[in-house]
Design a binder for this molecule. Structure first.
Ligand code: ACK
Length: 351
């Protein structure tokens, strides 16, 4: 069968030094499934006998050789990235019956997109029945026209609801009240963005391009630390500095920089464009970008200078940061180091 990772050249070498015995890993419930496998919760018994909550990724049984290669690339990448508090760290891997499991840090609150949507929902429920949060389904595969119309309407209503929520909850919240609650102030939202910028600055310093920076690929921990995840698409740029995508993989059109759409060119500066979209996702509590625009119409619009409008509850300063991330020329966009500084400044004045 083509599913055994170990059959691939180089894989055993990549795993060397980080294999944990299957007997020390207890697998629990499934957390969800990614594009080429499943993620489940696990408990790992460490050398010193301590128990650690982990997330365990497993390639699906009938994976193609290409998917298997992707997975082993991901493992090798995670191993090479090293540790940063805003990047999901690899704990190790485990070989169980010829199947390789990737063990990573557990982030109890799940992905940032869902977290933000649930927070918006909880906040609107607290406000009463007049302003119900409307669940928007995130689906790029749905290409029907009425879908985009529906999304546009929902997005407007959510933006409006969020504006009210910001006015209501943005100011008078005591710090003690915020912990473990789903109430999010503008300061909380900026802090998420600041942490991602920190992680991305580190990732860029290791010469890795993420290529799929989006709220769905950021994970949230119990203490509200956020961590960059999903290295399945990231690529080392050490050699060529610009990664040219080959093949016809599914690509996240609405998060992609113009040069990525046009020339399949990926750099740290195209990650900065995606970071701008991620900022927009954060401010809109997990909204879907360009809700009324189909994927295949986006590039032309961008080329004509079209960019998303300022969300209702977004400050002009933060919107300008997004717009800088969406500059056509990659070299004119801020760096992640610039972005960190900008967000720090905004955090000082935020409520
Ligand atoms: O929103 P979620 O619970 O967060 O659903 C997805 C699902 O698995 C498919 O990716 C969850 N997930 C992925 N990695 C982790 C992790 N390290 N800790 C906790 N949940 C994770 C993700």
């Amino acid at each position: 069968a083509m599913t055994s990772l170990l059959a691939l050249p180089g894989v055993l070498g990549a795993l060397e030094g980080c294999i944990v015995p299957a007997s020390s890993l207890l697998l629990l419930e499934t957390l969800g499934s990614g594009c080429f496998g499943t993620v489940c919760k696990g408990i790992l018994t460490c050398h010193d006998g301590k128990l650690e909550e982990v997330a365990v990724k497993r390639l699906r049984d009938n994976a193609t050789p290409e998917e298997a290669r992707h997975f082993s690339d991901e493992i090798a990448l995670m191993k090479s990235v090293g540790h940063h508090k805003n990047i999901v760290s690899m704990v190790g891997c485990c070989i169980e019956g010829g199947v390789t499991l990737l063990i990573v840090e557990y982030c109890a609150l799940g992905d940032l997109q869902r977290f933000l949507r649930e927070a918006a929902k909880a906040m609107s429920e607290e406000r009463g029945p007049d302003l119900k949060y409307i669940d928007i389904c995130h689906s790029d595969s749905d290409s029907e026209n009425d879908y985009y119309e529906r999304q546009a309407k929902l997005s407007q209503r959510i933006t409006a609801a969020n504006a009210v929520s910001n006015a209501t909850y943005g100011m008078d919240m005591g710090d003690s009240d915020q912990k473990n609650s789903l109430r999010l102030s503008s300061k909380d939202l900026l802090a998420f963005a600041r942490q991602v910028a920190d992680g991305m600055e580190y990732l860029a310093s290791t010469r890795l391009v993420h290529r799929d920076l989006a709220a769905r690929n950021i994970l949230v921990c119990e203490d509200r630390t956020v961590k960059i995840s999903d290295f399945g698409l990231s690529r080392d740029i050490y050699e060529q500095n610009v990664y040219h995508q080959s093949g016809y993989d599914k690509v996240p059109i609405k998060w992609m920089a113009m040069e990525s759409l046009m020339h399949r060119e990926y750099t740290t500066q195209s990650d900065v464009w995606s970071f701008g979209i991620l900022l927009w996702e954060i401010v809109t509590f997990g909204g879907s970008p360009y809700p009324s625009i189909p994927n295949n119409g986006l590039f032309q619009l961008l080329q004509r200078g079209y960019r998303m409008e300022k969300p209702a509850n977004c400050s002009e300063e933060l919107y300008q940061v997004m717009r800088q991330c969406w500059r056509e020329k990659p070299s004119e966009r801020p760096t992640f180091t610039d972005l960190k500084k900008r967000l720090d400044d905004l955090l000082v004045t935020a409520a």
